[in-house]
Design a protein around this ligand. Structure first.
Ligand SMILES: O=C(O)c1ccccc1NCC(=O)[C@H](O)[C@H](O)COP(=O)(O)O
Length: 204
């Protein structure tokens, strides 16, 4: 089964639709400059109600160590996703599994990145757009995805209910991640698109 993460959750009703439809993980963007930003207390109102089989993912962009650690202390099951310019040492210091987001420039060396992030549960491959860290709604050239890598691969960037089957057919993926492709407007998911996306992945 392909692991499914719905990212940029800001509202309880969106979390509920995603969970009922079969999402494995929900992403919460703790990056104040994002149009999908949620405060810790907003996220808590949702995370504290999640069923145990759904992983809350905390998305950070160049956050302070103390902030990340405070959220791991509050939710030991939180999976951090480092989506900025964090060094491998920064990501590794928590001795906790995490997702390392990689913005896919043409010359990126995924094998080297995988080697430098031993505690990474997976590499999350996202589109590179100058001046933006993520949630761009853009795809990248999927032929850049290697057949073999020392880490599982989660595909992100511009996925939607129409293209996700094609993406799954073209690469060996552990998981998929979507944000803009299932939204009605920034930070507000469209329930029908969320259902269609998850059905498209599960082949229902
Ligand atoms: O979603 C954001 O606003 C965001 C801002 C800054 C860094 C990362 C961000 N999102 C990261 C995600 O995990 C998205 O799901 C991923 O970039 C894919 O987004 P999309 O292309 O809209 O599906």
């Amino acid at each position: 089964m392909v692991w499914i993460k719905i990212c940029g959750i800001t509202r309880d009703q969106d979390a509920q639709v995603a969970v009922e439809s079969g999402a494995d993980a929900l992403g919460f963007v703790f990056f104040e400059k994002s149009k999908r930003y949620v405060s810790v207390e907003q996220a808590a109102a949702i995370i504290d109600q999640l069923p145990g089989h759904v992983t809350p993912v905390g998305l950070f962009v160049n956050a302070q160590t103390a902030f990340v650690q405070s959220l791991l202390d509050r939710w030991p099951g939180l999976l951090p996703q480092f989506h900025g310019d964090e060094s491998p040492e920064f990501c590794e210091q928590f001795n906790h599994p995490y997702l390392r987001a990689v913005r896919m420039k043409p010359d990126v060396d995924l094998h080297q990145i995988a080697k430098m992030h031993p505690n990474a549960q997976a590499l999350l491959l996202d589109a590179f757009k100058p001046g933006e860290y993520g949630g761009t709604g853009e795809t990248f050239d999927w032929s850049q995805i290697p057949d073999q890598l020392a880490k599982p691969i989660i595909l992100a960037g511009g996925l939607n209910p129409q293209n996700v089957s094609l993406a799954l057919g073209s690469s060996k993926l552990y998981g998929v991640d979507v944000s803009g492709g299932v939204e009605a407007s920034a930070g507000k998911k469209d329930p029908q698109l969320v259902r269609q996306f998850i059905q498209g992945v599960k082949g229902d």
